[in-house]
Design a binder for this molecule. Structure first.
Ligand code: KIV
Length: 285
């Protein structure tokens, strides 16, 4: 993967010339067994700018419900939220494929509902693909979308939109029946035409079996290093939350660093140490 340096000095969303051509869905599809796919979530233009040079795919995940909006789960996330954040991430990126999560209730009723809403998402955001949760029950919908020009990422195993059916966010596939069902789900949506498949919160043996069973690249989250790529929620990876699931590796501790910066700012405002002459305008004589 080639990387570029984006001049973010002005935080402009549209540097000229545009630094490079964007990766495409077929380019990612061809990566199975070639080079691991790097995927992170992004919800804002600025975060997209920072992540884009290092990633192959930016996912505007419905995890924005908890991360951005402080909601208790992904269930209340709306199509309007996904479109607004999706458009921002597309504006802030030049290199990565951008994919948008279809929120709960926007696709499960059937292929026609899914097409209407997924086409709206692509039109309003400029993203290249959508992701939807579910296995065998979603295979017909995946095939319908793909046949009509909408690239789809599948998502099986722990599917957070099904939290009320699953009863929580525990890793899946602890017994044989559940393990076999997850591999069958993976096979079903892959054969229906998904170009990538997210395997979330599954026992490693299942991730390995599913990765072998499907022709498209698999992307693990709480799954296995043997997947064809990995995804994490960026805010988890950056240490923005005190509590993270066991499968998250924290690459920074931003929550602590932001708290420290805010405390220093507050102290300087209260002591009138900020602003100094450096941050103050004066009339020139
Ligand atoms: O919503 C999300 O961020 C996701 C990823 C964790 C795969 O679905």
């Amino acid at each position: 993967m080639s990387t570029y340096t984006l001049d973010t000095a002005t935080s402009r969303a549209h540097p000229t010339p545009v630094p490079m051509k964007r990766l495409t869905v077929p380019m990612l599809q061809e990566r199975k067994g070639v080079e691991p796919i790097v995927m992170l979530t992004a919800y804002t233009a600025r975060m997209a700018q920072l992540l884009d040079p290092h990633c192959d795919l930016l996912l505007v995940g419905d995890s924005l419900g908890q991360v951005i909006y402080g909601l208790p789960s992904t269930i209340p996330v709306t199509l309007e939220m996904m479109c607004a954040h999706g458009a921002a991430v597309v504006r802030g990126s030049y290199h990565s494929v951008v994919a948008i999560d279809m929120p709960f209730g926007s696709y499960e009723a059937g292929p026609a509902q899914a097409f209407e809403n997924a086409s709206r998402v692509l039109k309003e955001t400029g993203a290249a693909a959508v992701k939807l949760e579910g296995g065998e029950a979603m295979a017909e919908t995946v095939a319908f979308l793909v046949a009509r020009g909408i690239p789809v990422i599948g998502h099986v195993g722990l599917t957070p939109q099904a939290v009320n059916v699953l009863g929580g966010y525990r890793a899946r596939g602890r017994d044989d029946a559940e393990a076999e069902k997850i591999v069958a789900d993976a096979r079903a949506v892959a054969e229906a035409g998904c170009f990538l498949l997210v395997l979330e919160g599954v026992m490693e043996e299942i991730a390995v079996a599913a990765s072998k069973a499907v022709a498209c690249p698999t992307i693990g989250i709480g799954a296995s290093a043997a997947c064809d790529g990995q995804v994490l929620v960026t805010d988890d990876m950056l240490g923005m939350f005190e509590r993270t699931p066991r499968f998250v590796k924290r690459y920074d501790d931003l929550a602590t660093r932001i708290g420290e910066a805010a405390a220093t700012y507050a102290a300087e405002v209260r002591s009138r140490a900020f602003p100094t002459a450096d941050q103050t305008y004066h009339r020139t004589k």
